[in-house]
Design a protein around this ligand. Structure first.
Ligand SMILES: N[C@@H](CCC(=O)N[C@@H](CS)C(=O)NCC(=O)O)C(=O)O
Ligand SMILES: [Fe+2]
Length: 431
């Protein structure tokens, strides 16, 4: 058995024989960690025998069976935990020692005590090949989605491209279709800027996602689908919003089955962006169809939380609810503290430069609508503020386009398109 002392707390080694255990105890080892799955080779003592031999020697014992390519962060944290619990030096082994040392160095790298670039040299200095550990960290870095934001100052909206660096596949989230309500002109400046970025980065668009039917801008989902061929999607509760507005616009022919999108997401649904897995949380409150997209360590929360200095989204649109918004926000805050949160609007309080990225931890600490807040306190604050807010200037323009997946009304006989405005059907006038 080849045993190498790494430091005062850790020795890594190849497979010890059961007969070696009393001498390991005599040398002062307090815990044995076995990183080998049972049955790797004939004659291997295995978990049960090692555990009883460690017990007999008065040593602690941990069984963290791994193979090089399938190590997960849970294995690394379990190894750290066993080391932390030991009240003296630890003897960790696998078949030859490399996996045991890999578990250790990956923990050191994740906690920033060891540089990724120094790992292989560290291994060599101790006689081990740690190239697998270096590859593990590269894969882990690649699993973090790359997020590019596009801020639209006309509507204070933030649009995103979220990309998988390892495959170059991406999703576009909440793209804006430009509209000048004074002249009735439409434009694709925002959407084209996104397309130019996608092209320049050599990305391929897999999804065009909306977090909810926006009330303050037109969605560019349909335009981008025509340009890229990517699939469109939104939360499944969009059908409820379609029914609500079908009545307000008096549109008996409107299809209210969500068939204007390629996919309707249910709560908990998962989908892929290249090799990244995305999942869907229902986040009703601002609208009844709102969802959050969680991709790796990033969550696209749109109109739930804004930046910590800006509070939360309003909850007074048809189908909105301050109580539901509170519950949705709690689900978002239950994500790990370091989760990157990307909001859908920034209203630049005090004229500060636009910002859109925060973390769960920051929101918990410093969003005045949340820190130290009770559910009832939040509801009362939200409803009081909402009573002062005028309707967004584009709500009647936007909804009739957005409940049809971003499609403009069909042209009339003269080839021109016309919007429709219901009078006296929407509450919330502020004279
Ligand atoms: N002045 C903007 C207001 C837009 C608005 O109401 N934004 C919603 C999100 S779609 C919101 O939550 N606003 C929160 C607030 O104004 O406090 C407009 O007319 O477009
Ligand atoms: Fe919104």
């Amino acid at each position: 058995m080849n045993a190498v002392k790494i430091n005062e707390r850790l020795t890594v080694a190849g497979q010890p024989a059961i007969a070696d255990f009393p001498s390991l105890a005599a040398q002062g080892f307090k815990t044995i960690i076995n990183a080998r799955p049972d049955g790797e080779e004939a004659g291997q003592p295995g978990n049960a025998q090692e555990k009883s031999a460690a017990d007999a020697g008065g040593m602690g014992y941990g069984f963290i069976p791994v193979t090089g390519p399938t190590i997960t962060e849970a294995d690394i944290r379990a190894f750290q935990q066993k080391m932390a619990e030991a009240d003296g030096p630890v003897f960790a082994h696998c078949k030859g020692g490399a996996r045991a040392l890999t578990l250790y160095v990956l923990g050191e790298a994740l906690d920033a005590r060891l540089e990724q670039g120094d790992i292989e040299a560290f291994g060599k200095a101790h006689g081990f090949d740690l190239s697998g550990a270096a590859r593990w960290l590269q894969r882990q870095a690649a699993a973090m989605p790359q997020v590019k934001a596009f801020f639209d100052p006309r509507t204070w909206s933030v649009q995103y491209v979220v990309a998988d660096p390892s495959t170059g596949r991406c999703a576009i989230i909440d793209p804006v279709f430009d509209f000048d309500e004074k002249s009735g002109a439409t434009g694709t400046m925002n959407a084209d800027a996104i397309l130019a970025y996608v092209e320049c980065r050599g990305l391929s668009v897999e999804w065009i996602l909306d977090t909810h039917p926006h009330a303050d801008h037109l969605s560019a989902a349909h335009y981008l689908k025509r340009k890229t061929g990517a699939r469109t999607a939104i939360g499944a509760k969009i059908t409820g919003v379609q029914k609500l507005w079908q009545e307000k616009y008096n549109w008996p022919d409107l299809k209210t089955d969500g068939s204007q999108w390629d996919r309707l997401f249910e709560a908990g649904d998962r989908f892929d962006i290249g090799s990244l897995e995305a999942r869907v949380l229902f986040s009703p409150g601002h609208t009844l169809a709102s969802v959050t997209y969680v991709v790796g360590d990033a969550a696209f929360v749109h109109d739930t939380l804004f930046m910590p200095d800006s509070g939360t989204a309003r909850a007074d649109f048809p189908g909105g609810s301050a109580r539901e918004l509170w519950a949705s926000i709690q689900d978002i805050l239950a994500l790990p503290d370091e989760t990157r949160l990307f909001t859908g609007h920034d209203y630049q309080p005090g004229g500060r430069a636009p910002k859109w990225e925060s973390t769960v931890g920051e929101q918990k600490r410093s969003n005045p609508h949340l820190a130290g807040m009770t559910e009832e306190g939040f509801i009362s604050l939200r409803e009081t503020r909402d009573r002062t807010l005028p309707m967004p200037k584009l709500i009647l323009h936007a909804l009739q386009v957005n409940i049809r997946g971003g499609r403009l009304p069909e042209p009339e006989s003269n080839g021109k398109r016309y919007l429709k405005f219901p009078l006296d059907v929407l509450e919330g006038s502020r004279w």
